[in-house]
Design a protein around this ligand. Sequence first.
Ligand SMILES: O=C(O)CCC(=O)C(=O)O
Length: 428
Amino acid sequence: MSDVSSSQQQDECSNDCCACPPKLTYDSLCDLLSLSSVPIIRIKDKGSHAGPTDNDDMVVTPLEFYREFVAKSKPCIIRGLADDWSAITKWRDDAYLFQTEPQHYKNAGSRDAQPAAGPASVTVSLTPNGRADCITDVIFLQPGKDGSSVSVEVDAESERLFMAPAEVKVPFPTVLSLIQQARLNAVLVAPLSVDLCGSAARRKFRPRAIDPADLTPIPYCQTQNNCLETEFPWLKDDITSSVASFGEEVFGSPCDAANVWIGTSMSVTSMHQDWYENIYAVVRGVKQFTLIPPWEAPLLKKERVRSAKYCVKAVANGATEFEKHIEFEDEEIDWIGVDVEDSPEHDVMLRNPEILKTNPLQAEVTPGEALYLPAMWFHRVAQTEVPSDDTCVVAVNYWFDMCMDGPLYHLMKYVAANGATSSENNDE
Ligand SMILES: O=C(O)CCC(=O)C(=O)O
């Protein structure tokens, strides 16, 4: 009875009147939760042997960490967990890190193992624009009557595609050469132009003859298949188990995967979410994370696009060039197509104005620090070399299984299943 009368009262009541609580809109919910002020707190593990903490550091046990950050799905930067890794000094030496000197060649899983057969091979992702796994404007050029390409301005047709990188396996020292070549030659091209010359079929087009300098592959070691174990085992000599052990205590089971990231400021990882708890330790350079909480997912509209990948071929002197085609995958994918860092006037931004209502957090993570990135938080990751050391940025991250029976997980699964398409698609 009382339920009925209170709901009747609400129906009759405008929010300007009397003592009724204001109607809860999504915006007012965000205000209530003060999302913009969720802090990124620097903490120090009580068990760590790292140096003195700053005054504003909290010192926590794994249990306190769980209560304060994991249970509340709150990111933070952890100090002191990884700053005793010898990697932080050793991996700043390119000859040592990239095994460019024969005494560093080890395939047997340890730098001390003998004999050395040669440097191990590792997987490198290559893109022409530093944007792997990212929605990209691809311009197709129609073939002219004489078979030549028609210029972009005249008869271009374009499509937004989810572009996956080309992947090659190369001896590890080659990664250093690829970085050096890219640094000399790379010109970031956007949109990327590819033409249909020589083929009427979309799936078999050829690219416009682009100046190869425009297409110097930008390398990024970013294979997320537990590559610390499977491809870079010798690197474990220089890192302790501190981060992995801390995570194991906090999350209750060993990490699912430990991944090595070796990239440059030419590469940016586009906004996405992972269904893992993540502790991301920076070893060299600086990583800039832009973080958006999972409960703001409705503001991050995804586009459904076709998926394709870049292809490369080996050329003289161990160099690599992009092939004259891209390869379509037989699938469509839902992905966030707008970059929070773009200007509000950018046309993709104008089509997705809701993103401007999000409350992104910025986290700058420096060597020896580790970001706790709670499961399902959206993240975009940029990186910068430090001025005195401009080769690359290196990090190791650990993924732990997330809790799959909490309310946030179920809510986010629902949102992912029902709110994943763009407003354009929803209108259809
Ligand atoms: O470092 C990066 O570029 C991306 C990292 C990332 O997406 C992750 O750890 O889940």
